[in-house]
Design a protein around this ligand. Structure first.
Ligand code: ADP
Length: 276
């Protein structure tokens, strides 16, 4: 039987733990056919590991979108898009593709770098991506920016932010909160516009988790393409990424990627789901 087709519109992480490499590895693990529209290439300085982004000319992005849309993906995920122009085009690409599901990972900073990539991007995501999103997966920082509520410090803050982001048009909102709010457990907040759920796993090591966010959103996308409900897609993505993080490994003195295949190869992890 043909595999369901999943497209990521994202950047390349040459170290391959995050970015479109993480997406493709995850799509493959979850029995989908992964495709890419590449929007930028992130390379790392070998002495300091500081990041450099080489943009892809818009015309080349346009050609990739035309190709990918003509193939007809079942689900589309966005990652690091880079500019307002690309963000807008990614939203249009979803409409043109006829895909059923759109997962928006609202990447605002390159991990390891503090600088917000482009402040105008937040507005562009609110205008062009959130109204179309089946699921949006901000971390605490991104949720604070999208909702304009600033620093989120508590579960109540996260709920408030999830409500605002839902009103901005995203049908299902997951705020990845765990690691910043609590040290023993990893909590994410899931909101479908009616009910809040807390998704919990143990908190695993924090040193080698490069690519966790991309892997989580990619797993959500693949699960949706394979017919899971948004809630199940998110819960199972959290289980998938938890195993990937638990089995993360040291690549060099600077970075340790998650093990994208750990959930299939090493161990499955249970997620506790509580209505709150
Ligand atoms: P981002 O890379 O966008 O900041 P995160 O790494 O915070 O995203 O989150 C990705 C997923 O991994 C979320 O479900 C989050 O709760 C989970 N997670 C992150 N760090 C850990 C950890 N150390 N142990 C268990 N789960 C984690």
């Amino acid at each position: 039987m043909a595999l369901n087709k999943v497209l990521t519109i994202a950047g390349s992480d040459t170290s391959a733990g995050a970015g479109m490499q993480a997406d493709l590895k995850t799509f493959q693990e979850l029995n989908t056919y992964g495709m890419v529209v590449l929007c930028g290439i992130v390379t790392m300085d070998k002495e300091t590991w500081s990041h450099h982004v080489t943009p892809i000319p818009f015309e080349t992005i346009e050609r990739q979108i035309e190709t990918a849309v003509s193939i007809g993906p079942d689900a589309i995920k966005t990652g690091m898009l880079g500019t307002e122009e690309i963000i807008k085009r990614a939203g249009e690409a979803f409409e043109e593709s006829g895909a059923k599901y759109f997962v928006v990972d609202p990447v605002m900073v390159c991990k390891g770098e503090d600088e917000v990539l482009n402040p105008g991007n937040t507005e562009a995501m609110i205008n062009h991506l959130l109204p179309k999103a089946t699921v949006v997966t901000p971390n605490l920082f991104e949720a604070g920016q999208l909702s304009n509520l600033g620093t989120l410090k508590s579960l109540d803050d996260m709920k408030e932010a999830a409500k605002v982001i839902h009103e901005q048009g995203a049908k299902h909102v997951v705020i990845k909160g765990g690691k910043a709010l609590d040290q023993d457990k990893s909590y994410d907040l899931y909101y479908d516009g009616e009910t809040f759920y807390q998704l919990t796993t143990d908190m695993f090591q924090q040193s080698y988790n490069h690519g966790a966010g991309c892997t989580f959103a990619a797993a959500t996308t693949a699960n949706l393409a394979n017919g899971e409900s948004p809630k199940d897609a998110v819960i199972n993505a959290k289980a998938f990424v938890a195993s990937a993080i638990k089995n993360g490994w040291k690549m060099n003195d600077f970075v340790g990627p998650v093990d994208h295949g750990a959930s299939n190869r090493v161990e499955k992890i249970e997620v506790e789901v509580t209505e709150i």
